[in-house]
Design a binder for this molecule. Structure first.
Ligand SMILES: Cc1cc2nc3c(=O)[nH]c(=O)nc-3n(C[C@H](O)[C@H](O)[C@H](O)COP(=O)(O)OP(=O)(O)OC[C@H]3O[C@@H](n4cnc5c(N)ncnc54)[C@H](O)[C@@H]3O)c2cc1C
Length: 358
């Protein structure tokens, strides 16, 4: 039976990230059936994301659509104080806390993911199920090929499988390109920060120190942790010959790279929690794919951008918008077209904003 003739179409979502889960939850809120395929083995596997500001008109609208906006007990409305420093650790500017219901409270990506997961019917997410590719079929449906060589057909497959999406290949040849900038990430526990006297740099929200094409950014998460990122322009293979698993070696290289920066800022790196992670930044070119019945994309799979806040907010909004289109438009294909039209306009605007911040 085709989707158009079917009032309860078979819908699959590839990827249980923020976008995929927002979509699944909104569909279920409207009593629509959906299956989510996720290659992680369980909900306990943490995502690489840290925290983000849930923006009005974006993430907040999406959470309203999921029916979970009131669960903002998980958010930190006072988490948005921003302190800006030069490389000499002199305070240049301080933005006082804003936030609250009318602002953009901070929320940890993993906690929001758990909130969405808890709101789904048990068994919605099939953990440890990796999708190899999605093939659109002539009748307007799509076939999911799993890594274990089995297949399953759906009226609609939604690729919410992130930056390196397998689903994307059904629609586009675009691949993310390295942007020439890398983050090296580590964590600090609050007591350590207090002990080493760097806590006054971080304040109650976040701090950034910038000079000479380099930055150091710290942001408070929940559970008393601070995430620290050293950001710099470099070739993608900047770490050749460096054992990234050896925290001492990476620290020594970073201290060398930030030579001349005030010792108090270098101390932020030194109080790290025992490891650094290399995070090269990538983005997709802004180019909307030609519509293909039976398959679409959302979130980073559709429009990977060099701004994490916008990425997480957009993924949530895409997921909720697509689900709402599917429950309000006449047929699946009509709904997907309406979603893709609106999303492509949003993508162009957000990409411009993300690039201006980059
Ligand atoms: C290193 C890193 C750090 C980040 N930090 C922040 C941050 O601090 N704040 C912020 O706002 N944003 C951050 N972001 C960006 C943010 O995570 C994304 O913009 C947002 O998560 C996009 O959500 P998504 O649902 O589109 O994709 P994702 O959250 O990437 O979810 C995709 C899901 O699909 C699954 N998947 C992938 N391939 C397959 C497959 N073949 N089969 C089955 N499942 C699959 C993945 O396991 C994953 O669970 C970060 C991103 C990265 C890469």
């Amino acid at each position: 039976m085709t989707a158009e003739a079917n009032s309860n179409p078979r819908i699959a979502i590839v990827g249980a990230g923020l976008g995929g889960l927002a979509c699944a939850r909104t569909l279920q809120k409207h009593h629509r059936a959906v299956t989510v395929f996720e290659r992680k083995r369980s909900a306990d596997v943490r995502s690489p994301s840290g925290t983000f500001s849930v923006q009005p008109g974006m993430g907040q609208d999406a959470l309203r659509a999921t029916g979970l906006l009131d669960s903002t007990a998980l958010a930190r409305p006072d988490g948005r104080e921003v302190r800006m420093f030069g490389s000499d650790a002199m305070l240049l500017h301080r933005l006082p806390p804003v936030g609250g219901r009318t602002g953009a409270p901070d929320m940890d990506c993993d906690r929001l993911r758990q909130l969405l997961l808890d709101a789904l019917t048990e068994g919605t997410v099939l953990w440890g199920t990796s999708v190899d590719r999605v093939v659109p079929l002539p009748d307007g449906t799509s076939r999911v090929h799993f890594d274990d060589r089995t297949t399953e057909d759906f009226d609609l497959v939604i690729g919410a499988d992130g930056a390196w999406s397998s689903t994307r290949r059904a629609l586009s040849e675009a691949v993310p390109a390295y942007l020439g900038r890398t983050f090296v990430e580590t964590y600090i526990n609050d007591p350590e920060a207090r002990h080493h006297g760097v806590v006054h740099l971080i304040g109650s929200g976040s701090m950034v120190a910038m000079a000479g094409g380099k930055a150091m950014m710290a942001r408070r998460l929940s559970n008393g942790r601070v995430r620290l990122r050293a950001a710099f322009r470099a070739p993608e293979d900047w770490h050749i010959g460096l054992d990234l698993s050896d925290a001492g070696v990476v620290l020594a290289r970073l201290v060398e790279m930030y030579d001349g920066w005030d010792e108090r800022l270098l101390d932020l790196l030194r109080v790290n929690n025992g490891g650094f992670v290399n995070r090269p930044l990538y983005a997709l070119p802004v180019h909307m794919w030609a519509h293909v019945p039976g398959v679409t994309l959302l979130g980073d799979a559709a429009h990977l951008m060099p701004s994490f806040d916008i990425g997480a907010n957009s993924a949530l909004l895409d997921g909720a918008d697509l689900a709402e289109a599917l429950v309000t438009e006449g047929g699946v294909d009509e709904a997907v077209r309406a979603y893709e039209d609106a999303m492509s306009v949003r993508w162009a605007a957000n990409a411009e904003l993300a690039t201006s911040r980059f």
